[in-house]
Design a protein around this ligand. Structure first.
Ligand code: PHE
Length: 329
């Protein structure tokens, strides 16, 4: 009790002294001295008083904290007020009191945040990443992925052709063979980027969207590693209680192939990615010996991940740059 009274007195005394010093301070340097004396992180008077709080009886702590804060705010305000220039030469044509222009710093687009987060999770598993061309050869987008001309699997991917050989890539799998041609296993890499398909825009489709491809090649990888890794990824991204499941699928460039779904309360099972063991034909096309090496690959849509993670109902809102929408993130 005695200590508390002393503290209160101290606070009054501190305030009185500070006000006196402030009234006498004429220069910026003098004000700075006062600022350090009262607010300095290490030896500031208010800091020291705050440190005494734990020594007080419990029921009195809250009250004293508020008092210190009030005093702090008051002194800060006075310091700031006094820091403003008081007199300006009349003949100056520049008004030094004009407030500066506010700088709009902007924020990270939700799609960028999702892509960054996916990269981060896989980075912790030893993956790096690299960009690739959006205007791509038919050879890398289809042929070397075991989808020759007239292969029925091409129909699924409505393609924008530039000419017979060039197209806008329909998926980031186009980077698989490109990367294999220039790199020796072990390989652990992500290919994030834009893809294009002739789709009518609606709440779940756009003619331009993002994908993130993953490719791992070494001499021991297994299907169970792939599934375990994807499950680890999904839980890291959505939360550790997330339920996932995989089921058989078909892609010409993976064998066997799977898709993964995550369970979203209220929405049910939703597909988030396709994957599989890299087809030996594709390894061969990438000049990697399928008798020595094996690997797996996956492709996911960060747009879809963003919709799920942030509860966005229309994929188009990710692309139409409406600040009212973007400012929520
Ligand atoms: N490219 C596939 C798609 O666009 C996804 C995928 C990538 C599947 C890699 C298997 C392996 O849907």
């Amino acid at each position: 009790m005695l200590e508390l009274v002393l503290m209160v007195l101290d606070l009054n005394e501190i305030e009185r002294l500070a006000l006196k010093e402030l009234s006498q301070a004429k220069t910026g340097a003098a004000l700075e001295k006062i600022r350090i004396k009262y607010f300095g992180r290490r030896r500031g008077i208010l800091q020291n008083v705050t440190k005494q709080i734990p020594k007080l009886p419990k029921e009195q702590k809250a009250g004293i904290g508020t008092k210190i804060n009030k005093l702090r705010t008051k002194l800060e305000q006075l310091l700031n007020q006094q820091a403003k220039p008081v007199s300006i030469k009349k003949e100056s044509s520049v008004d030094l009191t004009t407030p500066g222009k506010e700088i709009d710093l902007g924020g990270t687009h939700p799609l960028t945040s999702v892509i960054d987060e996916v990269k981060e999770i896989f980075h912790s598993l030893g993956f790096s990443w690299i960009d690739g061309p959006e205007v791509e050869l038919d050879a890398y987008n289809f042929q070397k992925l075991n989808m020759p001309q007239n292969h029925p699997a091409r129909d699924v991917q409505q393609t924008y052709y530039i000419n017979d050989e060039l197209l806008l890539r329909t998926h980031t799998s186009s980077m698989q063979v490109r990367y294999m041609e220039d790199h020796k296993p072990p390989i652990r890499v992500l290919f994030p980027g834009r893809c294009y398909r002739r789709d009518m825009p609606d709440s779940t489709h756009l003619p331009s969207f993002y994908q993130i491809e993953g490719l791992l090649i070494d001499d021991a990888s297994k299907m169970s590693d792939l599934i375990g890794t994807l499950d680890y990824f999904a839980k890291s991204f959505f939360g550790k209680n997330l339920k996932t499941r995989v089921y058989g699928h078909h892609f010409a460039y993976t064998e066997p192939s799977i898709e993964m779904e995550v369970y979203y309360p209220g929405k049910g099972w939703l597909e988030i990615l396709g994957a599989g063991m890299v087809n030996p034909i594709v390894l061969k096309n990438g000049r990697i010996d399928p008798n020595k090496f094996r690997g797996w690959a996956f492709g996911m849509g960060p747009d879809r991940l963003a919709l799920l993670k942030y509860g966005i109902s229309d994929i188009r809102s990710l692309y139409n740059s409406d600040l009212r929408f973007l400012k929520q993130f």
